[in-house]
Design a protein around this ligand. Structure first.
Ligand code: HEC
Ligand code: HEC
Length: 500
């Protein structure tokens, strides 16, 4: 652990447990030695080779919720729109400082103290680039578009829904966001007020809503293939088309085409909004606009229905077999070690693990491996409570996984920190204890009120081979949930990882 990290961790408001580890987790014993917390010698080879006490489990099916089709039109209640005024903007800026600046920064530059937890990053309003708008491509969003984005949030990203604020507060926020969308270059003496200089045009007219029919969906499929949507989104809609790799957004981050099987859209609560999003594209991303030049209005409704029909039900968490055995799914494909590629987790069972303690009561675990590495995903609910806005401390959580029998234990740890790995753009820091040199990597993100922390570890290495096949490996999980009020710690019972 380097000094910077220690300092960051120590400067966190509340500190329990060891300065070098997550609160509530003890440093693991290495090779049975109690006096040497860390050895320069690798522990004995095959330290995780623990004979299986029982027959390996069968890989269970993924259990899914039924799919609820989207309504044809959105139903966001916008209340009465107040007339814009300096007072309204001021009021909006106050609501912004409380609810939004943690992520978007005081000046709306996308660099708030909690921005480290988000992938993609919170929007920098001073670039004048917005993904979601209902008017022609290249235009800024209308007031109604901004109101809707604030109300619905952006699913699959850290941008929460603020439907709990009054409609008046949300209209005030619309003015605040517009007032922050200013590009300034002091050296050149340039100041561009985007919304003053480029007034938003009216929404595109999609006519009356068209209901789904087999004919319309067939038409949608034809247009989807003709316009090469499958090159990015794939013929099965899972986002794995031949042009899906090496895509970057205008903010320099790696981006993947939406996985329609997962069905989480940034700017969609209805079929009409899918049609709007493809009419205008998503500014700043490789998702181009497919407007009147390419698709008739009827075809846009048709493609929207075709796209929504890809959705599979949400995977439902299930109890581990015998209440302890978590099956490891074997993947024939090589796994990407990146949580943003959600399709690699679509067909992996999710287990709900009960936790004891004053922190979260439950966590979800999903585990898979390819030929080279083990990927273990831990998720738990950590929503922004309506009682108070998000604070940086909410994102400084911590997870410890202890693997193996107590004799030759090894601990994997992830800590939320104000830093992102430049190469992986992951949130926080991963550390493998009890093994030298550590070989653990990972990827973490907070979105939709949930933390997802992905631990990635080669199956073999200096710490010995993690022998999964025909064996079972002990696993204990500790989650430290931090908030401005303090740290709450929860632990699981001992589970067993088993590869059928
Ligand atoms: C927990 C972090 C977080 C908080 C809090 C948050 N945002 Fe965001 N916001 C994001 C992220 C992340 C994105 C970018 C999502 C993307 O690019 O897909 C975003 C995007 C946006 C956008 C751009 C929409 C577009 O079309 O591109 C607007 C406008 C916005 N947020 C407004 C707000 C307002 C207003 C608040 C407070 C009421 C707020 N946000 C609070 C994380 C946050
Ligand atoms: C060059 C690759 C590419 C092509 C071609 C492409 N898309 Fe996309 N699409 C993307 C990417 C990347 C995103 C994700 C953008 C983001 O995350 O902000 C996306 C997102 C979307 C979304 C999600 C909108 C939301 O609110 O989340 C829809 C719907 C969509 N595309 C439909 C289509 C359709 C229909 C076509 C063909 C007419 C198409 N795309 C062609 C790359 C592509």
């Amino acid at each position: 652990m380097n000094c910077k990290r220690v300092l960051q961790w120590l400067s966190a408001p509340v500190l329990l447990g060891l300065a070098t580890g997550c609160p509530g987790s003890e440093a693991p014993k290495t090779g049975g030695a109690t006096t040497t917390p860390r050895t320069t010698q690798p522990p004995q080879q095959a330290s995780h080779d623990v004979p299986a006490p029982s027959a390996p489990a069968q890989a269970p099916e993924v259990v899914r919720a039924p799919v609820a089709p989207l309504p044809l039109e959105p139903s966001i209640d916008r209340g009465q729109k107040p007339a814009p005024s300096a007072e309204l903007t001021d009021r909006g800026l106050k609501v912004f400082a409380t609810n939004c600046a943690t992520c978007h920064g005081e000046k709306g530059m996308g660099n708030g103290p909690a921005s480290f937890a988000a992938q993609p990053k919170p929007r920098n309003f001073t670039r004048g680039l917005f993904k979601v708008h209902s008017n022609e491509s290249g235009q800024l969003p209308t007031d109604e578009d901004l109101f809707d984005t604030i109300s619905r949030g952006m699913r699959g990203s850290a941008m929460p829904s603020f439907a709990q604020l009054t409609t008046d507060e949300r209209w005030a926020l619309v003015e605040a966001v517009k007032s922050l969308a200013i590009y300034k270059d002091e050296d050149e003496g340039i100041e561009v007020h985007f919304f003053k200089e480029r007034p938003a045009g009216p929404p595109v007219d999609l006519g009356p809503a068209l209901a789904a029919s087999p004919e319309l969906i067939a038409k949608g499929k034809g247009a989807y293939l003709k316009l090469d949507c499958n090159k990015c989104h794939s013929a099965t809609g899972d986002g794995s088309g031949p042009s899906s790799t090496d895509l970057k957004d205008d903010w320099g981050e790696v981006i993947w085409p939406r996985n329609f099987q997962e069905g989480h859209f940034r700017g969609v609560t209805s079929v009409k909004e899918i049609a709007l999003r493809l009419t205008t594209g998503l500014a700043g991303t490789p998702m181009a606009a497919f407007g009147a030049g390419q698709l008739t209005v009827e075809e846009r409704w048709a493609v929207a229905h075709f796209v929504q029909a890809f959705k599979k039900g949400e995977p439902l968490a299930q109890a581990p077999k015998d209440n302890v055995t978590v099956a490891v799914t074997k993947s024939a494909a090589s796994l990407p070690s990146d949580l943003r590629q959600a399709r690699f987790w679509m067909d992996v069972p999710v287990y709900e693990i009960a936790l004891e303690g004053n922190g979260p009561k439950k966590a979800r675990i999903a585990v898979q491996r390819d030929a080279e590495q083990l990927e273990l995903l831990v998720a738990w609910d950590d929503p922004i409570t309506k009682a108070r806005p998000a604070a940086v401390e909410d994102f400084l959580d911590c997870v410890t996984l202890e693997l193996g029998a107590t004799e030759a234990q090894n601990a994997w740890e992830w800590r939320g920190e104000w830093q992102r790995d430049a190469a992986t753009r992951s949130t926080g820091a991963f550390e493998e204890r009890g093994v030298n040199p550590p070989r653990l990597a990972g990827n973490a993100r907070w979105a939709e009120g949930e933390w997802r922390v992905l631990f990635v570890r080669p199956l073999s290495g200096n710490g010995g081979r993690i022998a999964l096949e025909g064996h079972s490996v002990d696993l204990r999980l500790t989650i430290a949930d931090r908030s401005p009020e303090g740290v709450k710690i929860s632990k699981s019972a001992t589970l067993k990882l088993s590869t059928p």
